[in-house]
Design a protein around this ligand. Structure first.
Ligand SMILES: *Cc1c(COP(=O)(O)O)cnc(C)c1O
Length: 356
């Protein structure tokens, strides 16, 4: 291998995290959310580790077809529904469940020639104002769908804008009650944050995503510290250079960091072209030979520089964990002003991946 950077995907951690999601919502069935190539972990790589799930939820037709072609026979949910009326032919052929969030989709369902009825997730706008029918439109949409012979089971679906907040579901759940009045149909409302923290929203099917990969829906890893969730993705590299700095010496592009005293710096083969966030500032945690230390200076395309003051034994070839078990992806994300979701999704194609 030419460069020492690599990612590791831990299948056992995936199975374990799915079991934790199930325990958190014992009365519900589980859609494992594997959109965005399983949050950057690689759908083809990970889906079998999640095969204990009741269904997979995603949004690309290509990903749904990959699962069917790989032998997955149980439900698949298209979270954003179909994007064009022609997609209904593939939904029919691959027996997919689809969300319906707009009137044009109902019309397309009415006009399509299908071999069997399609199961529908009727999407209600919880107040987030992305996709979905307003509460007062939900009944009409339901009645129209119910009358179509192309439509099978109908489930009420919603998604929340602020589920990390203990009070964040109060108003949205009222809107959903209004939409669901008089409709005796199953519900699917809960993302990871609701699965962990809002049992009042569990209902029939929960839809955890980020917790399956062992990161926090709130962006703060301490919020999941007591859950037993395990990080699935580890990003490792090695030290490929050492610099001995004198007081006042600058490091990296823009000399964004200056040594306050004599200081040893390690150069790590990992940069933003590998998916490490360019905005990670001096102070972002990193682990060298099992010892916690920090990034210093600017992240460049292919390298970062780290402080070796706390690890005098480290040298060329020392192992570096950018994120994983010791350095939580949420900690790196927070330092860089983003969330673990973005970092895992942005793992670069050039990084080799090992599955264990
Ligand atoms: C992405 C997504 C989820 C999963 O969200 P997490 O925060 O990763 O658990 C659930 N439902 C819908 C509609 C989504 O788009």
């Amino acid at each position: 291998m030419s460069r020492p950077v690599f990612a590791t995907i831990d299948q056992q951690a995936l199975r374990h995290n799915l079991a934790i999601a199930r325990q958190a919502a014992p009365g519900a069935r589980v859609w494992s959310v594997v959109k965005a190539n399983a949050y950057g972990h690689g759908l083809a790589r990970v889906w079998e580790s999640l095969a204990q799930t009741d269904g997979f939820a995603l949004l690309n037709m290509e990903e749904a077809i990959l699962l069917r072609d790989s032998g997955w026979r149980k439900p698949i949910l298209l979270l954003e529904g179909f994007f064009h009326a022609e997609d209904l032919q593939l939904i029919d052929r691959y027996r997919l469940t689809t969300s319906v969030h707009s009137n044009w989709q109902i019309k397309a369902l009415a006009e399509a020639r299908l071999s069997a009825p399609v199961d529908i997730y009727l999407k209600v706008n919880s107040g987030m104002n992305r996709l979905g029918f307003r509460p007062e439109q939900a009944h009409g949409a339901y009645q129209k769908l119910r009358a179509l012979e192309n439509v099978g089971d109908i489930t009420l679906m919603a998604h929340f804008a602020d589920a990390e907040n203990p009070e964040g579901l109060i108003a949205p759940l009222q809107r959903i009650e209004r939409a669901a009045e008089g409709l005796a149909i199953p519900r699917s409302l809960s993302n990871s944050a609701c699965t962990l923290w809002h049992p009042e929203a569990h209902y029939d099917w929960v839809r955890p995503g980020i917790i399956l990969y062992g990161a926090s829906p709130s962006g703060d890893w301490q919020d999941i510290a007591s859950t037993g969730l395990k990080p699935v993705m580890t990003l490792n590299s090695e030290i490929i250079g050492i610099q001995q700095l004198s007081r006042g010496d600058g490091v990296g592009y823009g000399y964004r960091y200056h040594a306050q005293q004599e200081q040893r710096i390690g150069v790590v083969a990992c940069g933003y072209a590998d998916g490490y966030p360019r905005h990670a500032p001096t102070g972002t945690p990193v682990c060298v030979d099992g010892v916690m230390t920090q990034v210093v200076g600017a992240v460049s395309m292919d390298m970062i520089t780290v402080d070796l003051t706390s690890c005098p034994q480290a040298g060329i070839g020392s192992t570096v964990e950018l994120w994983g078990e010791q350095v939580k992806i949420d900690q790196v994300a927070k330092a860089a002003g983003t969330v673990g979701y973005e970092l895992m999704c942005a793992l670069a194609p050039r990084v080799p991946v090992r599955v264990i």
